[in-house]
Design a protein around this ligand. Structure first.
Ligand code: HEC
Length: 505
C-alpha cells in the first residue's frame, strides 16, 4: 500500500479501494507509512521560539477570553487561543476594549484586554492592520499597476526574468528538465502578484468601506464544545504542528455549523489558527517556511483553498440569508456589495491555497481540485489575469509531475496526466492572451514552452511508470496542444508524434 494522496481519489477505478480501507484508516487499524514530506518543518526547530515556551496564560485572563456571550460566542472561538492574532498587531487598548464590550461585562472585558497585553510582552514586532498590507500577500506587496491588466502584464514581465526557461523554446528533455528545476525553485509565496489578499480585520467602526466580510477573522463563532478548551490548553502548553493539528482536526469535526456563514467562518478559523501558529513560530506575515502538507492531508482539506472555494459557492447568496448573527449583519449591511467581496475572496484565497500546495494534490478529496478549474475560472472571469494563470498551470504541472515521479507505479498511483483542460477546452488561448506587447508575446511563448516541456515530461513519466491512466483523454489534450503549437510557431511534429506513440502503446 502506498502513501495517501488525494490525487489517488481521482482515479475512479480505485474508489472501491478507499471505500474499503477508509473505515480502517479511521479506526487506526491500518497504519499507512507517512508521506515523505520534505517540506515539513522539523519539530525540534519549532521548540526554540520564546513564545512557544511562554505556555499557558494566567487562568483568570484566559477564562474571560473563553467566556461566552448570550449568543454563545467567545473570543477564543473566533480569535487565536490566547489572543496572539491581536497581540501581534497594532490594535490599541481602546479598540480591544471596544470590541470586547460587545461580548463581555466591563470587568470581564478588561481581563480580555489584559490577556492580549500579557501576550504582547516580549513580542518584538507589532504588525500594522489599519494601514498595512494584507496578510500573507505573496511577495509582501501587490504588484504595481492601475488595473488588473497592467498588474498582469507586470507579472509576466517579472516572470520572464525570474524563470527565463519558461520563455524559450523547449527543444530537448534537458531543457524540459531545466524548466522543471526552475519551477521547483520558484516559491509562489514569494512571487508578487496582482491579486489582493484579505486583511486581518475589517471593522465597520472605521467607516462603511471597512464593513467587510472580506477579512481573515470569522464572523461566526465555533459552536460550544467544552472539550475544545482542553485541546487549546494542550496547544498553548506545547505549541507545535502536532498539537495544532489535533486542535484543527477537532474543528473540522465540529457539528452544529449549518449556514454558509458558518461554513466560511469555520474555514477562516482554521486558516487563522494556522496563521497565528506561523506568527508564534516567528514566521512573520509571509511564512518563509512551507506548510507541512501532512497537515492538509490530516484535515482532509487545505483551509486556505477551502476559504476560496466556500466563497465561490456563496457568492450568489444575499447577505441577509447568509447566516450572520443580527448584530454582525446590521454592521456588514453597510458595506460594499457582498457578491463582489465573495468574488475577490474566491480569487485571493484559491491563490493562497495554491501557494501552500502547488500541486493541489493535497487540498481536498474532490477530483476537480488538482485540475485547478475554479482558480483558472476565477483568474479569467471579470478582471483577467492570464499570465498568473500561465504560472499557476506551469508550477502546478511541474509539481504534479514531480509527485508522480516520486511515486511512479504504486497500486493507487494515477501517474502524470495533462490537466490543461480548463485552458485548452475553452479554445481561447489566444483570445485570453494579454493584448499589449511585450506581455502578449511573452504569454504565447510561455504557453508554448509549458506545452513542449509537458510533452517531454509525459514521455518520461510513461517510460518510468509503464502506464497511461486515461489514454483517450491524453490524446485529445495532445491534439489541442499540437494545434496551438502549429498556430503559433514551430509545430514540433516529431515531439508530438513521440508523445502520441507513447500514450497509444
Ligand atoms: C463571533 C466571532 C468573534 C468573537 C466572539 C469575537 N470577535 Fe473580535 N473580531 C471578529 C471579527 C469578524 C473581527 C473583524 C472586524 C469585524 O468584522 O467587525 C474582529 C475584530 C476584533 C478586533 C479588531 C478591531 C479593529 O480595530 O479592526 C479586536 C481588537 C477584537 N476583535 C477583539 C475581540 C475580543 C477581545 C473578543 C472577546 C471578548 C472578541 N473580539 C470576540 C470576530 C469575533
Amino acid at each position: 500500500m502506498s502513501k495517501f494522496s488525494f490525487s489517488k481519489l481521482r482515479n475512479r477505478e480505485t474508489a472501491w479501494c478507499w471505500a474499503g480501507i477508509g473505515p480502517l484508516l479511521f479506526l487506526g487499524l491500518v497504519n499507512l507509512p507517512k508521506a515523505k514530506v520534505p517540506r515539513q518543518v522539523p519539530p525540534d526547530r519549532l521548540q526554540v521560539s520564546p513564545l512557544a515556551n511562554k505556555g499557558l496564560p494566567p487562568s483568570a485572563l484566559l477564562a474571560a477570553w473563553r467566556t461566552s456571550d448570550p449568543l454563545g460566542r467567545s473570543c477564543s472561538k473566533c480569535h487565536a487561543p490566547d489572543g496572539l492574532d491581536l497581540a501581534d498587531f497594532d490594535f490599541n487598548k481602546q479598540d480591544i476594549l471596544r470590541r470586547a464590550l460587545r461580548h463581555l461585562s466591563p470587568t470581564e472585558a478588561e481581563k480580555a484586554v489584559d490577556l492580549v497585553e500579557w501576550r504582547r510582552q516580549g513580542l518584538p514586532v507589532r504588525f500594522q492592520n489599519t494601514i498595512g498590507e494584507p496578510l500573507m500577500q505573496p511577495g509582501g506587496k501587490i504588484l504595481p499597476g492601475n488595473s488588473p491588466i497592467q498588474k498582469d502584464d507586470e507579472f509576466v514581465k517579472r516572470l520572464s526574468q525570474q524563470i527565463p526557461q519558461l520563455f524559450h523554446e523547449v527543444v530537448s528533455l534537458q531543457q524540459a528538465n531545466d524548466l522543471l528545476k526552475a519551477l521547483r525553485q520558484s516559491n509562489p509565496m514569494h512571487l508578487r502578484v496582482g491579486i489582493k489578499m484579505s486583511r486581518l480585520s475589517e471593522d465597520g467602526f472605521f467607516g462603511s468601506q471597512h464593513a467587510l466580510v472580506n477579512e481573515w477573522l470569522p464572523e461566526n463563532s465555533l459552536p460550544n464544545d467544552p472539550a475544545f478548551s482542553t485541546l487549546q490548553d494542550a496547544y498553548l502548553a506545547h505549541p507545535n504542528w502536532k498539537t495544532l493539528q489535533t486542535m484543527l482536526e477537532a474543528v473540522v469535526k465540529m457539528k452544529g455549523m449549518k449556514s454558509e456563514a458558518d461554513a466560511l467562518s469555520r474555514e477562516k478559523f482554521l486558516a487563522l489558527t494556522i496563521f497565528q501558529h506561523a506568527l508564534r513560530m516567528k514566521e512573520g506575515l509571509i511564512p518563509s517556511k512551507p506548510m507541512p502538507i501532512s497537515l492538509f492531508e490530516a484535515l482532509g482539506q487545505n483551509p486556505f483553498w477551502e476559504v476560496g472555494n466556500t466563497c465561490r459557492l456563496s457568492q450568489f447568496l444575499q447577505l441577509r440569508s447568509y447566516g450572520l448573527a443580527p448584530d454582525v449583519l446590521a454592521e456588514k449591511e453597510r458595506g460594499p456589495s457582498f457578491k463582489k467581496q465573495m468574488k475577490a475572496m474566491e480569487l485571493a484565497w484559491l491563490w493562497l491555497g495554491f501557494c501552500f500546495d502547488p500541486s493541489l494534490e493535497h487540498s481536498g478529496p474532490r477530483k476537480d481540485v488538482p485540475r485547478a478549474k475554479y482558480l483558472v475560472d476565477a483568474l479569467l472571469d471579470g478582471d483577467k489575469y492570464p499570465s498568473h494563470m500561465l504560472y499557476l498551470l506551469a508550477k502546478k504541472t511541474a509539481a504534479q509531475f514531480e509527485e508522480a515521479k516520486e511515486h511512479p507505479s504504486t497500486a493507487l498511483g494515477t501517474g502524470f496526466q495533462f490537466e490543461f483542460d480548463p485552458l485548452i477546452y475553452s479554445d481561447k488561448i489566444q483570445e485570453i492572451a494579454p493584448s499589449a506587447e511585450p506581455a502578449k508575446s511573452l504569454f504565447i511563448q510561455g504557453v508554448r514552452a509549458l506545452f513542449e516541456a509537458s510533452l517531454y515530461w509525459q514521455i518520461e513519466a510513461i517510460q518510468q511508470s509503464g502506464k497511461v491512466v486515461y489514454p483517450a483523454e491524453e490524446l485529445s489534450q495532445i491534439r489541442i496542444m499540437a494545434s496551438f503549437l502549429a498556430k503559433t510557431g514551430s509545430p514540433r511534429l516529431k515531439l508530438v508524434q513521440q508523445v502520441r506513440q507513447a500514450v497509444s502503446q
